[in-house]
Design a protein around this ligand. Structure first.
Ligand SMILES: C[S@@+](CC[C@H](N)C(=O)[O-])C[C@H]1O[C@@H](n2cnc3c(N)ncnc32)[C@H](O)[C@@H]1O
Length: 258
């Protein structure tokens, strides 16, 4: 092999790339946070908090056990903990988890998990969770259905899975304006392609809500929510959002019935 040949670094296609811990930097001051991460805080978190409140009312409890799948640098876990919940954060990126652990109180548990497919260190939390959250954490996995089935092991009956993913309409609009999304199988019906985070290209898999409806129906879950939050004016002004205006996330929730 010639000495100057470019050897592709596999971490350029993986969430374990260290640069991504700085891109999804929700642990920093609000004016240092990247707009792609701030959108989760401004648009996604309020809906998640509201649904968790409904779940508390549904279960008649004032504290819940909550697992945040794909917790990243842990700021959402910290906010849940401040609201009094017992929190577990799970992520496959050790650099993200290192930041999360460094910034969090000790009674938040973090576990490193590549795929939730076996009895690893996280299995001590099986059958305990009243809520599982996943803020833009599912769509980077080709085998989303396997991950959902494995996450089911952590949830108690009547527990909810509450998550946000990219809606197809947002990806279609982003491809038109050449923002973030690229190299997709189709411009009109994009299902597989990449998100380019300043040179780190992560494969991404776009699923319609009906895909999740089918998975959860087979698992005897009932649908609780399908919501496309708008981008608030305060957010658009503060972060000079130049990305697609189609809602950046669809938030879905399903309740385990048995
Ligand atoms: C877009 S970031 C979102 C991070 C965080 N939820 C937030 O709102 O800032 C996606 C996160 O999901 C994690 N992730 C993706 N697939 C995963 C998997 N199969 N197992 C564990 N973590 C995963 C990544 O490591 C990354 O931290």
């Amino acid at each position: 092999m010639p000495l100057n040949s470019k050897i592709e670094d596999p971490s350029n296609h993986d969430w374990k790339h260290n640069d991504l811990a700085d891109r999804f930097n929700t642990h920093k001051a609000m004016d240092e946070i990247h707009p792609d991460a701030a959108v989760n805080i401004y648009v996604g978190w309020p809906v998640f908090f509201e649904q968790i409140k409904y779940q508390m009312e549904f279960l008649g409890r004032d504290k819940l056990n909550i697992l945040d799948f794909g917790c990243g640098t842990g700021e959402f876990c910290k906010n849940l903990h401040m609201k009094g919940h017992k929190v577990v954060g799970m992520d496959k990126s050790d650099s993200m988890l290192e930041i999360a652990k460094g910034n969090s109180p000790h009674d938040i548990s973090y576990c490193l998990k590549e795929l939730v497919d076996s009895d690893g260190e996280c299995s001590i939390f099986y059958n305990q969770m009243d809520v599982i959250t996943a803020m833009h954490s599912f769509e980077w996995n080709k085998n989303i259905d396997d991950i959902v089935k494995d996450l089911d092991k952590f949830l108690v009956p009547k527990g909810i899975m509450l998550f946000a993913v990219f809606p197809k309409g947002h990806v279609i609009e982003s491809l038109k304006i050449k923002d973030l999304f690229e190299d997709f199988d189709s411009e009109e019906n994009p299902t597989e392609g990449f998100c380019n985070f300043d040179g780190v290209k992560i494969p991404v898999y776009i699923k319609d809500p009906t895909y999740f409806d089918d998975i959860f129906k087979k698992m005897n879950y009932e649908k609780v929510l399908e919501f496309y939050p708008q981008l608030p004016k305060t957010f658009l002004e503060k972060y000079e959002w130049h990305a697609a205006m189609y809602p950046e996330m669809v938030i879905l929730a399903y309740r385990k019935t048995v």
